[in-house]
Design a protein around this ligand. Structure first.
Ligand code: AP5
Ligand code: MG
Length: 214
């Protein structure tokens, strides 16, 4: 099962992708997480990506596409995967389609998690990310057991630099210009599925499982 998560920054793509990966035993591939891991490890890719990410801009397609194309060809992706944060532009979607076509494969579902802009800024300001393992929480909607400490690995939680309100607004603008056109792209392919992302996280997941099947 090859699944793409679509949606604005903060719509809940990562939250839901993690649950999908656990339930269906497929890898969760988040380009944002891959870039953040590279930044943390001080790699060349991380240094390049950081300059764009800090501004709320997209990392150039050529830095993203090869990375994902290599990843989806790995052994653990044979039964499918859930892509979170990729594709984000029409050229990225075309690059993915071309790669899959060369393998005789195609994307099965593009799930659009819909949340209106006005709810996004509020959500992002409450999000906290673990500096150790990258797990995400929310001060109100997904709190940790001990304040400021990751439930999974015990490391410290921070507000991501790009979750500050002014950067979130910039990311929303980029989303509408560059990423939203993918909704029509996948609708045209007949694989678009839409879920209401303003519901409680558990209800959003239930709606997704209804689409994917138990
Ligand atoms: P990325 O990390 O992908 O950021 P994003 O798309 O902006 O999405 P987020 O991770 O911010 O949000 P999400 O939808 O995953 O929401 P979450 O589940 O955390 O990318 C970061 C940057 O990397 C980009 O800006 C770009 O520079 C670069 N990049 C990455 N991929 C790229 C690509 N393909 N091409 C070019 N550049 C790329 O939820 C948000 C919060 O809300 C959490 O606190 C969560 O607990 C809470 N929450 C979730 N669901 C609910 C709910 N139903 N009710 C209440 N609260 C909820
Ligand atoms: Mg995410």
């Amino acid at each position: 099962m090859k699944i793409i998560m679509l949606g604005a920054p903060g719509a809940g793509k990562g939250t839901q992708a993690k649950k999908i990966a656990e339930k269906y035993h497929i890898p969760h591939i988040s380009t944002g997480d891959i870039f953040r891991a590279n930044i943390k490890n001080g790699t060349e890719l991380g240094k390049k990506a950081k300059t764009y990410m800090d501004q709320g801009a997209l990392v150039p397609d050529e830095l993203v596409c090869d990375l994902v194309v290599d990843r989806v060809r790995q052994e653990d992706c044979r039964n499918g995967y859930v892509l979170d944060g990729f594709p984000r532009t029409i050229p990225q979607a075309e690059s993915l389609d071309a790669t899959l076509a060369s393998l005789g494969e195609s994307v099965d579902y593009a799930i659009n998690v819909e949340v209106p802009d006005e709810k996004i800024v509020n959500r992002m300001s409450g999000r906290r990310a673990c500096v150790g393992c990258g797990a995400t929480y929310h001060l109100v909607y997904a709190p940790t057991k001990a304040e400021g400490i990751c439930d999974t690995c015990g490391a410290e939680l921070i507000l991501r630099d790009d979750d500050k309100p002014e950067t979130v607004l910039k990311r929303l603008g980029v989303y509408h210009n560059e990423t939203q056109p993918l909704i029509d792209y996948y609708r045209g392919k007949g694989i678009l599925k839409e879920v209401d992302g303003t519901m409680d996280m558990a209800d959003v997941f239930r709606a997704i499982v209804e689409i994917l099947g138990a």
